[in-house]
Write a protein that binds this ligand. Sequence first.
Ligand code: ATP
Ligand code: MG
Length: 169
Amino acid sequence: MLQVYTGDGKGKTTAAFGQALRATGHGWKVLIVQFMKGDPSYGEVQAAKGVKNLEVVQTGLPTFVEKGNPSPEDLAEAGRGLEAAREAVLSGRYQMVVLDEINVAVDYGLVKLDDVLALVNGCPDDLELVFTGRYARQEVIDRAGLVSEVREIKHPMQQGLVNRVGIDH
Ligand code: ATP
Ligand code: MG
């Protein structure tokens, strides 16, 4: 089953980590591959170190990716992430693989939509795939069995509150 968490409101990545946590509680082995997120100081990345059967692979540079004009390093990092996801999916070692911000990586031209769709199509039936990120492509939505759109109704950013430690990162 492919699950997709998309939309412009807050709660996509945290939903995916919550889903991963729930799965590990039943003894599932879970891999989370993050795209465009090289910073290890995220609370969820630190916390995951203490969770049995939950692994996180981060990819991406600390610098901002220019939409439609990614640097070779950005492309290499995203390619590394997709390769890690592909290996994990085919290895049979995991029951759940999360690709955090993969929708954004596609939107920014860091990974090819066709490569992502190939990964979905080649996924064993007994593996749960989870995609997150704004701007999920219709082709991805078409292949998913579960799609949730998080819609922004309010966000403290509108009141000038940015990046609260423990809440946003
Ligand atoms: P979270 O990681 O908290 O679940 P998310 O994955 O849904 O958020 P992203 O689109 O990946 O959100 O954006 C990541 C960062 O942007 C987070 O710090 C999040 O709090 C913030 N954010 C999410 N939605 C909004 C919004 N509508 N306005 C402003 N900032 C937002
Ligand atoms: Mg996110």
